[in-house]
Design a protein around this ligand. Structure first.
Ligand SMILES: C[S@@+](CC[C@H](N)C(=O)[O-])C[C@H]1O[C@@H](n2cnc3c(N)ncnc32)[C@H](O)[C@@H]1O
Length: 400
């Protein structure tokens, strides 16, 4: 952009009206020739904002004062809101949070995947809007002895005594660790602590004396899954049964593949419907749990491969791996090019794409659609209330 096009000196503070919420959870506003992305805003708010950064005609701003609150604005109950980087939707009533997430998905699918006509997107609300988070990642800062979450946009740690979205068992663990910090028994080397709650116990990694990394288990529908804090497990247990149902319903054929399979959350139900199932997972601990979970379910014929998905897909002969149904649930970055290439080479009739990032999902859908796949359905799951994050399941089919 020509620097002459950019506004020379935007005021440091501006009064703006928030038009709507965008992917990333920020509010959209326009003023002084700038497009503003305003954090922690509600659609319809009139706010005084402070410009934090300008890039061309785009400005990133934070709210200094709510001059006229939107009718959908609520008082955030958490005392750390605004400082802690964990929740960015507490200022919205729950109905607005849900609508905003559907809009975020639509926006990404239109803008990034060029999908003009979308099927209806139903969003499954979380049965619990608070105390739902059964997995967390806490930061410890040895200099300040703070334990909690990174502050928004920084690596300073917001010291958190009570986290309103944690399940009670994890809140108790947070209090136990804070007691260890007070009596100097907390290991200073543990700067990043993963915690996950099972049905009976909590697992924590890295472990230390008195807080070893335990194996825990959880009953989900008719299945039991074993896992630990070293392996991924879904955050919001209340929604897992419906997530698994949506991702695997009407799955047909003889052979299925579960890419990025973790501890086998989808592999176990797929193994009950298909003659042959292969799960692929790069974390050896998660892969071992997947094997154990299949063994306990007496589904030993299912193969779990410990490998990176792209490398494995492209290193296999295609003849031996005919596949009718393919499920993928990659991390936030989505599927690498090599993964999309490997999927297309196998040409599964049905694809089920489970994603925690609508933007990378849309990027990958664009490639799958260009190769002849049609969108059958899109369903959203509010796995992360009080944040802008959303889980999406897209079912695709090939008619070629
Ligand atoms: C979003 S989790 C999904 C796990 C599982 N489907 C579930 O719902 O519990 C993504 C998983 O992919 C694994 N992973 C990340 N990158 C990978 C790669 N390149 N190849 C294979 N697995 C990978 C992670 O270890 C993690 O278990």
């Amino acid at each position: 952009m020509n620097s002459a096009d950019a506004p020379e000196q935007p005021s440091l503070t501006l009064e703006v009206e928030i038009e709507r919420l965008l992917p990333g959870g920020v509010g959209l506003a326009h003023a002084q020739g700038l497009t503003l992305f305003v954090s922690l805003a509600a659609p319809g708010d009139i706010v005084r904002v402070q410009i934090d950064r300008v890039r061309g005609k785009v400005a990133f701003a934070s709210t200094l004062e709510v001059i006229k609150p939107s009718p959908v604005r609520v008082e955030p109950p958490c005392p750390y809101f605004g400082r802690c980087g964990g929740c960015d939707f507490q200022q919205l009533n729950y109905e607005t949070q849900l609508q905003a997430k559907v809009e975020i998905i639509r926006d990404c699918f239109h803008r990034i995947a060029n999908i003009a006509e979308l099927p209806e997107i139903a969003i499954h609300p979380s049965p619990k809007q608070w105390q739902y988070r059964a997995r967390a990642n806490w930061q410890f800062e040895p200099q300040t002895r703070h334990l909690g979450y990174f502050e928004a946009g920084s690596h300073r740690v917001c010291d958190v005594e009570v986290c309103a979205v944690l399940v009670p068992d994890l809140q108790n663990t947070l209090e136990d660790l804070r007691a260890q910090i007070r009596n100097d028994s907390f290991p200073g080397a543990a700067k990043n602590v993963e915690v996950v709650a099972g049905d009976e116990e909590v697992s924590l990694a890295p472990g230390w004396a008195g807080f070893e990394t335990k194996n825990v288990s959880r009953r989900i529908g008719d299945e039991t899954y074993h896992f630990s804090a070293d392996a991924f497990f879904q955050v919001n247990h209340e929604l897992i049964v419906s997530l698994v149902h949506e991702a695997t319903r009407n799955a047909r054929g003889t052979a299925a593949m579960d890419l990025y399979c973790g501890v086998g959350l989808f592999t176990v139900p797929l193994a009950r419907c298909f003659e042959r199932v292969v799960g692929v997972e790069s974390n050896p601990t998660a892969a071992r749990f997947a094997q154990l979970n299949l063994q306990n379910a007496q589904l030993e014929s299912t193969k779990i491969i410990t490998a990176r998905v792209g490398e494995w897909l492209n290193g296999q002969s295609l003849e031996s791996e005919a596949v009718d149904f393919l499920l993928l649930d990659p991390p936030r970055a989505g599927a690498e090019n090599s993964v999309i290439k490997g999927i297309l080479a196998r040409h599964p009739r049905q694809i089920s794409y489970v994603s925690c990032d609508p933007a990378t999902l849309a990027r990958d859908l664009k490639k799958l659609r260009a190769a002849g796949y049609f969108l059958d359905s899109v369903a959203a799951f509010d796995m992360f209330p009080q944040t802008h994050h959303v889980e999406t399941v897209v079912r695709l089919r090939s008619e070629i």
